[in-house]
Ligand binder design. Sequence first.
Ligand code: PLP
Length: 295
Amino acid sequence: MTWRYALMMVPAAADDARTDFAETFTAVDPAFPALSVGELSTQRGDGIFESIGVVDGHAQEAEAHLDRLAHSARLCDLPAPNLAQWREAVLQTAAHAPQRGEGVIKLILSRGVEHGPTPTAWLTAADAPDFTAPRENGVRLVTLDRGLDSGAAARAPWLLLGAKTLSYAVNMAAIREAKRRGADDALFVSSDGIVLEAPTASLILRFGDRFVTPAHDGGILPGTTQLSLFEHLEVLGHQATYETIPHARLAAADAAWLVSSVRLAAPVSAIDGMPLSVDRELSASFNRYLLSPRD
Ligand code: PLP
């Protein structure tokens, strides 16, 4: 990944009514270290993040990502982010992201330095990887047991299941396990057999002319790309619904996609070795929509 820009930010209180937060920003060279060794984000993964797709210099769906950042902050007992400040920081960072083609902006809000006074916040801009192959040829999935039942999110909110935390070691381990099993990506299933999400993407299934995604019941991350694509599908007159999807129902799907902010829509070509037909034209139309300017 080619890093283009990094911006450190002193987080303002949520009720700070300033209209210009420029004095809270410091651009730093992304090639040099910028964090204290006492950072709890690096010591414990204690913080939250967002990855925003950038197309021709435009940060896609910035408001949806800021809303989710605030949601994750609430779940993690972090101070509420000042959305005006983050909005300004996203705009400033987008100006340093690739102005032609695709990029990615990351927003990170960490609990801060151990015994330190405030959270640490920073943003980065980088070139996006080339995702042509998964967008066109598809991805093979294996289902992996997440080891928690579908009631875990409600029963044990400290597991932070609906928050986008920095603790992604488990998600990365699941992708490595999927690759060991000859697939490209994983699909988490609860221990009682309910289909959830991929480690870095949401799942959309097509049954006939209906598009279905797993219900947002706190156990999975609400995906901004899935939400945007559902709005688009509804405008086109399709039915798009949230449902509890038992593992056995995967076999009845006519098509499936993993969707996320930077890779966008990757059609699923197989689940657990069972081939699924890749609808190249529909997938291409999803990606044309996702690559169009979206607010
Ligand atoms: N689910 C998980 C666990 C994720 O990490 C992500 C994105 O990284 C998604 C779903 C998709 O979210 P979005 O479409 O907002 O990128």
